[in-house]
Write a protein that binds this ligand. Sequence first.
Ligand code: NDP
Ligand code: 8X3
Length: 248
Amino acid sequence: MAILITGASAGFGEALCRLFVKEGYHVIGAARRKERLSNLQQELGEKFYPLQMDVSNQQSIDNAIDSLPEKWQQIELLINNAGLALGLEPAHQANFDDWQCMIQTNIIGLTYLTHKILPQMVKRKNGHIINIGSIAGTYPYPGGNVYGASKAYVKQFSRNLRADLPGTQVRVTNIEPGLCGGTEFSNVRFKGDDKKAMQVYDKVEYVTAEDIANIALWIFKQPKHVNINSIEVMPVAQSYSALAVYRE
Ligand code: NDP
Ligand code: 8X3
């Protein structure tokens, strides 16, 4: 049995791979950047299988999953972590290609991979899907437009999977992190503008990728009859804000 983690070449995914391998699991780490996966394989050894896969491309998902050696084909845990935010402009100034990329990756890619892996879990009556949503799927913020909407999809898709799966022993969880640093998330969002990206984490003790990995492991290690439906995680330094009122 293996664990399939998408977005394994950086951030949460990399930390998840390290932790699950350390805990003794066989882990398939998937992402587009092959070299980074090879480096991770060198570090983690034979319990790690690097899988080049672009989740925004259905053919790439088919090719990658269908290419898995027999010993790596049974997936007991799928962590749908690959995802991205692009831009922080208001909707009327946003780039449509960015919107399309987020929808293709965060929604369609996650959905297609789930559709591909779920039947084997149901057949075996054993499996767990952990989706990485976001607090942006619950709380709107300026510039969050399609990113937040894509994570709201992940939240509701997770719940609706639960509605379909009673009696199958397959568990589904949505992890909804807030401000997490030490990953490439903001560099990707701001398209390589490191200064802008660094400002997001300035003077904040943020949640780390290792924190998220520990939470995922805890969720997975609950007894088989326990399903954590969702879990919202913020740094202590992050909190709620009043609704905005525009005054003339
Ligand atoms: P990173 O940018 O550090 O990592 C993203 C990972 O996703 C990379 O490994 C990247 O690999 C992979 N990825 C992106 N697009 C694709 C694609 N088309 N196909 C395959 N893999 C892809 O981000 P984080 O680790 O911070 O974020 C991970 C997840 O957590 C995302 O879904 C994000 O939305 C979510 N999240 C992040 C938060 C944060 O504050 N950091 C907070 C809440 C949620 P590669 O480029 O090699 O393909
Ligand atoms: C990432 C957290 O608040 O930048 O999902 O959208 S946020």
